[in-house]
Design a protein around this ligand. Structure first.
Ligand code: ZN
Length: 181
């Protein structure tokens, strides 16, 4: 039984089985800020929230989520359409992966905190780049819940980028947070 995902690719299975976590993820997806130029304007953020909810409800796969982002948040409708940095190749996949990881791990950290856990664990991920900061500094170790949550909030809620290592540390980060026992 997978109550918590050991890495990014186990998120759908974990969410399907862990109803407490699923409920929290869906609440966060519906309510938390999602900073980012590619989703500013029109109803782009609402469209993204709908796609992420569908992913966490188990209705669409990662690939389908990426496809829906490119169709429902088309580049040409953005006020930054001309900006090749905002819409660098693969922006749709990076957006899907980043927000899936962010919301999932945010929900895990909040759940652990609510359960009174001060420490958590980051399992090594075989899909992850061996040279990434999160592999070197976090994987295979326990770390404290409050620091990871504060770093995640600063980057993904406030939109203030910083270089303290966190989960997700980059758009293709496949690390996840699990309870430390
Ligand atoms: Zn990582």
């Amino acid at each position: 039984m997978t109550q918590y995902a050991q890495d990014f690719y186990e998120i759908p299975e974990a969410i399907k089985e862990n109803s407490e976590l699923r409920k929290r993820v869906l609440e966060l997806v519906a309510n938390e800020p999602i900073p980012g130029k590619s989703i500013e304007g029109g109803n782009r953020i609402e469209s993204l929230r709908n796609i992420l909810s569908a992913f966490f409800e188990g209705e669409v796969s990662l690939q389908e989520s990426i496809q829906r982002i490119s169709e429902e948040l088309p580049r040409h409708e953005s006020q930054y359409a001309h900006n090749n940095r905002v819409f660098a190749s693969g922006w749709d996949e990076r957006l899907a992966r980043t927000q899936i990881s962010r919301f999932y791990n945010q929900a895990v950290l909040l759940t652990l905190k609510e359960h009174g856990e001060e420490e958590c664990f980051i399992p090594p991920s075989e899909h992850e780049d061996r040279d990434s900061s999160c592999t070197i500094q976090l994987a295979g170790r326990k770390t404290d819940v409050d620091s990871l949550l504060a770093r995640l909030n600063r980057a993904y809620n406030v939109g203030e980028w910083h270089d303290e290592v966190m989960i997700p540390d980059h758009p293709h980060c496949t690390h996840t947070v699990i309870p430390y026992e």
